[in-house]
Design a protein around this ligand. Structure first.
Ligand code: GLN
Length: 506
């Protein structure tokens, strides 16, 4: 029998519909794979085998009874641990939430459960989604399945590694500055940050509320489209949710896969390439541009002059919002509670002891930065200026999208770096997100599609690289059209998916 764990979610869905396999068989295959390789990869913080199998059995019974089911019913999924799941641990990678079992589901989890996708478990991440390597998790790092000594990206390294190691056919990520797209790029998987407000934030443990966006993590562009259509749409419980239907995403992916991009205008962002980008990353990016051109797209260069300041603005806005969002972890309401070693047990002292013990270094660093940037006397100079820069970046996007249909760049400037390499250098870590952050500041959608391996010359390392496509807000369908066309052209050239070339694990 074929190895079910290697199949795309779309193919699994077809086989389930045709009753060639049962959801129990599919779910068990992924649970077996997790048991075989997750000691080495550590993509999961929690595996919910019994719950997943119970859902799988229900789907199989419902299908046998001829019930009308969602197209993805019975296809298992992994969920990033920053997303609240009723009855399942949800730690956001932090000690401060250890032992907390949420009493409710995030809206996107409700949708997943209503469509009856078995939830395999919760995936590892940088604490409160702060980081680009998953090394800031309080529960140990995740390893990149392409090279176990390398980072899987972050903050959603667990979801991306689960996909790349064939431990799940679908996963959920969240992207505040690149945490879906950069892990996708460095693990050879697909990741989509939808338009801000198009997938509900209700039940996400907030990092920076004006930037956070949940989205799909998959192995193919079509699988992302299928998952995006499932989790997206208006939610009255999220005040920033867009009250409009999503554009037709699956249809756009299907169109794109036919390989015809004639009439499409693609803008290469001048500021998101060249200096600082690894030669192999740049080379794969240019090859992908050639393929888009061959598919009929017109390629032009577009300047977005304020993108240069995106990282600086982000690292004021994000810590400011994070310091406020994280104030609720006070030792009283959720998870960890630590009492002071000596002296009176006052609320303030319990709060200090709990936060001191429960938060890691990166979280403390950002809370200090954020409270400083928001403090009286500094607010205008720091937070206020950063918000003005944000407006200028949004205008750069508006002007660019008046000239072209989509913008493109490498997703991340480098391939996966070695575990430990940037851990003591926060600024070097932050630089990994130069190309992904502008989209969050403007609320526009982005996709990362695998674009190849970065050669094996001295500067390069034979590791995966990603190609990023950005579209105007609410035009997420363009990501799928271009992403699917590029994927089809690259796979024709490679003779199959990039992940076929990843080393065997287990
Ligand atoms: N790496 C970025 C950061 O550390 C992005 C995080 C994210 O998207 N959650 O903030």
């Amino acid at each position: 029998m074929t190895d079910l764990t290697r199949l795309s979610a779309a193919t699994l869905a077809e086989k389930l519909r045709a009753r060639e396999v049962t959801s129990v068989q599919v779910t068990q295959a992924f649970l077996d794979r997790i048991a075989a390789v997750d000691d080495a990869v550590h993509a999961f913080l929690h595996v919910s085998a019994q719950d997943a199998l119970a859902t799988a059995r229900d789907v199989d019974v419902a299908r046998a009874a001829g019930e009308d089911l969602h197209p993805l019913a019975g296809v298992p999924i992994a969920v990033k641990d920053v997303v609240v799941t009723k009855g399942l641990p949800s730690t956001a990678g932090s000690k401060i939430l250890e032992g907390w079992i949420p009493p409710y589901d995030a809206t996107l989890v409700e949708k997943i459960r209503a469509a009856r996708l078995p939830i395999l478990g919760k995936t590892n991440m940088d604490e409160f989604a702060m980081g680009s390597s998953t090394e800031h998790s309080a529960y140990g790092n995740t390893h990149n399945p392409w090279d176990l000594d390398r980072i899987p990206g972050g903050s959603g390294g667990g979801s991306a590694a689960a996909l790349a190691a064939f431990e799940a056919p679908l996963a959920i990520g969240t992207d505040t500055g690149g945490s879906i797209r950069q892990p996708g790029a460095v693990t050879g998987t697909v990741g989509v940050k939808p338009t801000y407000g198009s997938v509900s934030r209700y039940g996400l443990i907030a990092l920076a509320s004006s930037l956070d966006q949940a989205g799909p993590v998959t192995r193919t562009v079509m699988d992302s489209a299928l998952l995006h259509e499932l989790i997206g749409g208006h939610d009255p419980r999220d005040s920033t949710s867009i009250d409009e239907p999503l554009p037709p995403l699956v249809e756009a992916a299907r169109q794109g896969a036919s390989g015809d991009l004639s009439g499409l205008k693609v803008g290469v962002v001048t500021q998101l390439q060249g200096e600082g980008y690894q030669p192999g990353v740049q080379a794969r990016f240019e090859e992908s541009l050639d393929l888009l051109r061959e598919a009929g797209a017109e390629i032009v260069e577009v300047s977005c002059p304020h993108f240069e300041y995106a990282l600086a603005a982000y690292y004021l806005i994000l810590p400011a919002e994070a310091s406020s969002n994280l104030a609720k972890f006070d030792g009283m309401r959720f998870g960890l509670r630590v009492e002071p070693d000596e002296g009176p047990v006052t609320a303030e002292r319990v709060m200090a002891a709990t936060r001191g013990a429960g938060f890691g270094d990166e979280v403390k660093r950002r809370i200090i930065l954020g409270t400083y940037a928001l403090s009286a006397g500094y607010y205008d100079a720091y937070y206020g200026s950063a918000q003005k820069v944000r407006t200028l970046i949004q205008r750069d996007f508006d002007e660019a999208f008046a000239q072209v249909d989509v913008l493109v760049s490498p997703t991340a400037p480098t391939t996966a770096f070695k575990l430990g390499e940037k851990l003591d250098d926060p600024l070097a870590m932050y630089l990994n997100d130069v190309a992904t952050i502008p989209a969050n500041l403007a609320g526009v959608p982005g996709i990362s599609v695998p674009s190849g391996l970065a050669g094996d010359s001295t500067e390069d390392d034979g590791l995966p690289t990603g190609f990023q496509v950005l579209a105007p807000a609410k035009a997420d369908d363009r990501l799928y059209r271009v992403g699917a066309a590029l994927e089809a052209a690259l796979e024709a050239r490679w003779g199959g998916p990039l992940l076929d070339r990843a080393p065997e694990l287990g």
